[in-house]
Write a protein that binds this ligand. Structure first.
Ligand code: AP5
Ligand code: ZN
Length: 216
């Protein structure tokens, strides 16, 4: 299956992507994760992306599209993928359509995670990520046995630089301006399905898998 997850920052895309990709046996491709790995590795792409990410702005379309094109050409993505965080502008969505058409294929479904701004702010301000395995945590909703340490791998949990209050506000503005128009774009294709992304993580996963099963 070729699937896109869309939703505001903090909607739970990364959290859900991990479960859904495992369930569908497809690779999870997160542009945010790829950019962060490049920032950590100090690559030229990371140096360029960091400026935008720290400000809560989008990395330019050309850079992002080229990166996704390379990733989709890898063998594990040939039979399907779950895209988390891409596309997030209409030009990116158009580029993805073209890219897939050139490969003789197309998207199956776009899953929208629907949450309001207050919940986004609550989720992002309490988010922690594991340095070791990348697992996403929340200080209020997840309990770790040793404070600040990942239960899965023992790695240290850290707060993302772009989860500061001012940057969260900018990211929400950018979402409403640049990414929300995708809902109309995909709505016109008949491939968009929206689910309520509030409530416990497992409930959201169940709703997502339910929505996917009716489209298989
Ligand atoms: P990216 O990493 O994609 O950030 P984002 O879209 O802002 O999404 P987040 O990762 O913040 O949130 P999420 O929806 O994955 O939520 P999560 O599961 O972590 O992008 C970062 C930056 O990279 C961008 O700002 C941009 O600069 C750049 N970039 C990336 N892609 C780009 C592109 N295509 N074009 C241009 N630039 C791009 O959950 C959040 C918190 O909530 C966690 O603590 C989690 O534990 C908790 N949580 C999740 N679900 C629940 C639940 N059901 N109940 C309670 N808590 C929950
Ligand atoms: Zn870990």
């Amino acid at each position: 299956m070729r699937l896109v997850l869309v939703g505001p920052p903090g909607a739970g895309k990364g959290t859900q992507a991990e479960y859904i990709a495992t369930q569908l046996s497809v690779p999870k491709i997160s542009t945010g994760d790829i950019f962060r790995a490049n920032v950590t590795g100090g690559t030229p792409l990371g140096v360029e992306a960091k400026r935008y990410m720290d400000a809560g702005e989008l990395v330019p379309d050309k850079v992002t599209i080229d990166m996704v094109r390379d990733r989709l050409a890898e063998p594990d993505a040939v039979d399907g993928f779950l895209l988390d965080g891409f596309p997030r502008t209409v030009p990116q969505a158009q580029a993805l359509d073209k890219l897939l058409a050139d490969m003789g294929t197309g998207l199956d479904l776009v899953l929208e995670l629907v949450v309001d701004d207050d919940e986004v702010i609550r989720r992002l301000s309490g988010r922690r990520t594991c340095h070791g395995c990348g697992k996403i945590w929340h200080v209020e909703f997840d309990r770790t046995e040793v404070e600040g340490v990942c239960d899965r791998c023992g790695g240290e949990l850290y707060q993302r630089d772009d989860d500061k209050a001012e940057t969260i506000a900018t990211r929400l503005e950018v979402y409403n301006r640049e990414t929300a128009p995708l809902i109309g774009f995909y709505g016109n294709t008949g491939k968009l399905v929206g689910i309520d992304a509030t409530g416990p993580v497992e409930d959201v996963t169940a709703r997502a898998l339910d929505a996917l099963s009716s489209y298989e």
